[in-house]
Design a protein around this ligand. Structure first.
Ligand SMILES: [Zn+2]
Length: 320
């Protein structure tokens, strides 16, 4: 019965695709399967963003890229005591579509996300932090974040109650700070306009560069693995150069294998110098007498369209 045979093949193929998508997005399997089923034939495993969407994701990720992996206001010691583990950039999963991106932010990191990504204006010098023009529309079970008058949408998977609790935390320690997304929900403020005109270029990497940053964000779970990762950070160094850094967790090779995968990966070029993370390193005695593994890898450089390069930096996991 060739028809049954084909149906079985289709089913196992779609289960395989959903499993693979989950590796990049962190989505629950049933969600990954639903998203893929709703796609048109021939769509890539991880859809690319349209230009305005990629620009919004870049503006947001470059501000959030060095996020703190902790609860709002928590000290380093407290954080270490709790041995809390967070997903890449605090996103438990992302759901990429051409004209939107859903991010499921870990509730403990939500206040930090609001503080860094949504705009706020300092009382003294009128300096704008966060993405100018960004506004939030709170619904019962999710919050839509968009730039007034521009394309693109980030859907934060948080309930209205979770969102308002996080907002209260952010506002409680910020006497005198103005939050334009609260005070001026439907128009850019003068401060935001002048900030965007003077410094907007800092957070915009051009069409191809934005595609790349968006592509990384849409695949951020490719940076995750079974071993504990202390943090992941991404930032733009001089001009068109991206640094992606993490401590512990997956090796360069694992990340490269995923990012170079023809079905789920990005249009990047394999590094000319191979990774040596997985070559066993001898223990050496460091200055204070502690035994550490000698670092012979640290950074792997890849080239990518639209930027001068990406440096994948892996800091060695803390060891006793
Ligand atoms: Zn390596």
């Amino acid at each position: 019965m060739p028809r049954t045979h084909t149906r079985l093949q289709d089913r196992s193929r779609s289960a395989e695709r959903a499993g693979k998508r989950r590796l990049y997005t962190g989505e629950p399997l049933n969600l990954a399967r639903r998203e893929l089923a709703g796609q048109q034939d021939g769509q890539p495993l991880i859809p690319a963003a349209i230009a305005g969407q990629a620009a919004l994701e870049t503006a947001a990720l470059l501000r959030w890229g060095r996020c703190g992996y902790s609860r709002w206001g928590e000290g380093l010691f407290e954080r270490a005591e709790r041995q809390a583990v967070y997903p890449p950039f605090g996103f438990r999963f992302v759901t990429p579509r051409p004209e939107s991106l859903t991010v499921d932010v870990d509730p403990e990191m939500l206040a930090g996300f609001i503080a860094r990504v949504l705009p706020s204006i300092d009382p003294g010098d009128a300096e704008v932090h966060g993405v100018p023009g960004l506004r939030a529309r709170v619904h019962d079970r999710y919050v839509l974040v968009h730039r007034l008058g521009q394309d693109g949408m980030i859907r934060v998977a948080a309930s209205a109650a979770q969102w308002e609790r996080a907002v209260a935390l952010v506002q409680s320690g910020a006497a005198g700070t103005t939050f334009p997304w609260r005070t001026s929900p439907s128009a850019w403020t003068g401060e935001e306009k002048s900030c965007a005109a003077s410094f907007g270029w800092l957070w915009d990497m051009g069409r191809e560069g934005n595609q790349l940053v968006s592509g990384l964000l849409r695949r951020c779970h490719a940076l995750n693995g079974p071993d504990i990762t202390q943090f992941w950070h991404v930032w733009r160094s001089d001009n068109q150069h991206l640094i992606l850094e993490w401590e512990g967790g997956v090796t360069h090779q694992t990340v490269l294998d995923r990012l170079l995968d023809p079905e789920g990966g990005l249009a990047i070029t394999a590094p000319s110098r191979p990774c040596r993370c997985e070559v066993p390193q001898p223990l050496v005695r460091a200055g204070a007498g502690a035994l550490v593994r000698e670092d012979t890898c640290f950074t792997v450089h890849v080239s990518a369209p639209g930027v001068r390069g990406i440096s994948l930096r892996r800091l060695l996991p803390w060891e006793e």
